[in-house]
Design a protein around this ligand. Structure first.
Ligand code: GLN
Length: 479
């Protein structure tokens, strides 16, 4: 088997025991990148092969849970000495002086960063088309979107251009591209993973999370990055369980699965719904339909909150201390305005404007406050449903991957594809996307949601689904 096809847990062991040479592993992946990345556009920055090879050799000696494994990191996660652009002209040449906490943790366990992945600009989007560096492409069909905003991280994994990857998920950005490229992706409980060093888009909603080709790697990567962090006051105190070790040892005999009625409603492709339900029925657990009525307001509430937070978070990009600055003379207002007019793309500017509007005097109560009230109702709906059901399921995406260019000109129709993923972010609960099958030769994702801190349960359900479907380490044509 070619070394690039190995899973993270296999790579570390094989390297440590000398059954795999660092050269064979690293060259196997770089060769594939050379062959495919021009088409797929998964990476914004790729580190030189010699540097990476040296680091792999060193890290094998040191050891660790991920020793020697090549990890691709979304380009909104701060990496010391490696350009971190957020796929924006604004940060095109920004090289951070520090590592995000998750990157520190990866390095501590011997992982080696191979490069930084393409994404929607500042993580605003669901297709990777708003990137300043051009769209990524879906390895299953090059004319289709790979999903977003962590599209590059998903493509890198699904096309075997890295072994595992990190994404970030504000309203579905890990789960959407995971579903569209046939891999596994987890948005952790809010506060499980440190956001220190993640460039903020909407901080009350987002989490960094793992992306992988199978459940074991997903659990392994989560066990490395999940931790309390004194530098992120929103992280939950206390030790995290070993998600990797507990895999398979979980008692689930009386698990009841709730199928969320609202997630199979209007706008959901019938073939997608069928694919998901067929898998759920095969698992052998008790399955019941549940209703979460407030979910019909989730999408507008999400966009009001996300844009409001974005308008405030992105105010820091002023061209004064770092990042792009418009080359013009003038007073502060002029330079600030022109810097932002030229440095940000359309989607980012649209959201800053709408968010500023939603927070302005007179409209605050009408939009932002109302959205917060809906958020509370959604939390209550989930709490009620979790009293009787261990996990809830639905499709990850309402429709299969669509053509590049098909929706990007019409923001509202594009926002609609997030309808299944945003509820988990509003409620702060963990949600995991697993491959469920194919429609028109494109992968379809099944979404599992659980109560706060139920990651061990979600990962065990994911492992059972993986076992049932056999859909692991999928190989797109040409990869
Ligand atoms: N598509 C959603 C948005 O554009 C979610 C993006 C994300 O999770 N970062 O806001």
């Amino acid at each position: 088997m070619r070394p690039r096809y190995l899973s993270a847990h296999e790579v570390s062991e094989a390297l440590r025991e000398g059954n795999l040479s660092p050269e064979d592993y690293v060259y196997s992946i770089y060769e594939n990148i050379r062959r495919l990345n021009n088409k797929l556009n998964a990476y914004i920055s790729l580190r030189p092969v010699e540097v990476v090879l040296e680091e792999v050799k060193k890290s094998i000696k040191i050891g660790g849970k991920l020793s020697g494994a090549l990890v691709a990191v979304k380009d909104n996660i701060s990496t010391k000495g490696i350009r971190t652009t957020c796929a924006s002209r604004m940060l095109e040449n920004y090289v951070p002086p520090y590592d995000a906490t998750v990157v520190e943790l990866l390095k501590r366990e011997g992982a080696v960063i191979i490069g930084k992945t393409n994404m929607d600009e500042f993580a605003m989007g669901s297709t990777t088309e708003t990137s300043y560096f051009g769209p990524s492409r879906n390895p299953w069909n090059l004319s289709k979107v790979p999903g977003g905003s962590s599209g590059g991280s998903a493509v890198a994994i699904s096309a075997y251009l890295a072994t595992v990857s990190l994404g970030s998920d504000t309203g579905g950005s890990i789960r959407c591209p995971a579903a569209y490229t046939g891999i596994y992706g987890l948005k952790p409980t809010y506060g499980l993973v440190s956001r220190y060093g993640l460039v903020a888009y909407a901080n009350s909603l987002e989490q960094i999370g793992p992306m992988a080709r199978n459940t074991m790697d997903l659990a392994l990567l989560l066990s490395v990055i999940a931790s309390y962090d004194s530098r992120d006051a929103t992280t939950i105190p206390g030790k995290r369980p070993d998600y990797y070790r507990t895999l398979g040892s979980f008692k689930m005999d009386n698990l009841r699965i709730g199928v969320v009625r609202e997630m199979f409603g209007e706008g959901v492709d019938k073939r997608v719904a069928k694919t998901v339900l067929r898998v759920v029925d095969k698992l052998g657990f008790e399955v019941e339909e549940v209703s979460l009525p407030s979910l019909k307001y989730a999408l507008p509430a999400y966009y009001v909150i996300a844009m409001s937070e974005a308008s405030s978070n992105l105010a820091r990009f002023d061209g004064v201390r770092y990042g792009f600055r418009a080359k013009i003379e003038g007073d502060w207002n002029t330079v600030y305005s022109m810097t932002r007019a030229r440095g940000f793309g359309w989607e980012v500017k649209r959201r800053i404007l709408l968010g500023t509007f939603a927070l302005s005097a007179g409209y605050y109560e009408q939009y932002y406050l109302k959205a917060l009230k809906i958020r509370r109702l959604i939390v209550e709906d989930f709490n009620r449903a979790f009293k009787d059901h261990g996990v809830l399921v639905g499709p990850t995406m309402p429709i299969p991957a669509f053509d590049i260019g098909e929706k990007i000109k019409d923001p509202l129709t594009l926002y609609m594809v997030d309808v299944e993923t945003v509820p988990a972010n509003l409620a702060g609960i963990p949600a995991l996307s697993v491959p469920a099958g194919f429609v028109d030769s494109l992968p379809i994702g099944l979404q599992i949601m659980g109560p706060i801190l139920s990651e061990p349960l979600l990962l065990n359900v994911s492992a059972i689904i993986e076992e049932t479907t056999g859909l692991r380490n999928l190989l797109p044509p040409g990869a």
